[in-house]
Design a protein around this ligand. Structure first.
Ligand code: HEC
Length: 146
């Protein structure tokens, strides 16, 4: 068994590296698995609360879909809240969509129109479903600055 000391060293080294990489924190957070953990709807972590109860799509667009669409398509320029502070925001001159004065003078239809057709450096997103576009407009409205 000449290999054994080597394997042992590797294992020890490996685990201490993992420890250094932050496992000390997660080991404290480890919970016991419960059968209910298995019944979570797809894409939802145990303990997370759904933005809207499932099966209520007729009341409005699926919020998690809207959130996903924002993160994928809009946040790079408009940022998390729409302030225009995404990584590409300054370069693209993305406007601050949270401004109360702008929000007061623009209609939902006008917003939806820009999202669908684009304008200047704002790319068109006409491929997104209507429900998602409506949801994005709602998300912008919800982030209005006081
Ligand atoms: C590549 C950067 C970029 C991305 C990505 C982007 N935008 Fe824009 N957006 C802009 C720019 C720049 C403008 C200003 C366009 C103009 O009027 O010149 C704008 C304008 C807007 C406006 C209208 C503002 C006004 O003054 O009427 C809305 C609403 C908007 N964006 C929403 C979105 C949404 C929703 C998404 C994602 C689906 C998105 N944008 C993705 C850059 C971007």
């Amino acid at each position: 068994m000449a290999m054994r000391p080597f394997v042992l060293t590797t294992l020890l080294l490996g685990s201490s590296l993992a420890f250094a990489a932050g496992c000390d924190r997660s080991s404290r957070d480890v919970r016991e698995w419960k059968p209910t953990d298995h019944e979570q709807p797809l894409g939802q972590q145990p303990g997370q609360v759904a933005a809207r109860p499932r099966g209520s799509a007729q009341e409005g667009p699926d919020q998690s879909l809207v959130e996903l669409a924002w993160q994928r398509n809009c946040a790079s320029c408009h940022g998390q809240r729409g302030k225009g502070d995404g990584p590409q925001g300054p370069m693209m001159r993305a406007p601050d969509l949270t401004r109360a004065d702008w929000q007061a003078q623009v209609t939902d239809d006008q917003m939806a129109d820009v999202i669908r057709k684009g304008r200047n450096r704002m790319p068109p997103f006409g491929n997104l479903p209507d429900q998602v576009i409506t949801g994005l407009v709602g998300r912008i409205r919800a982030n209005r600055s006081p």
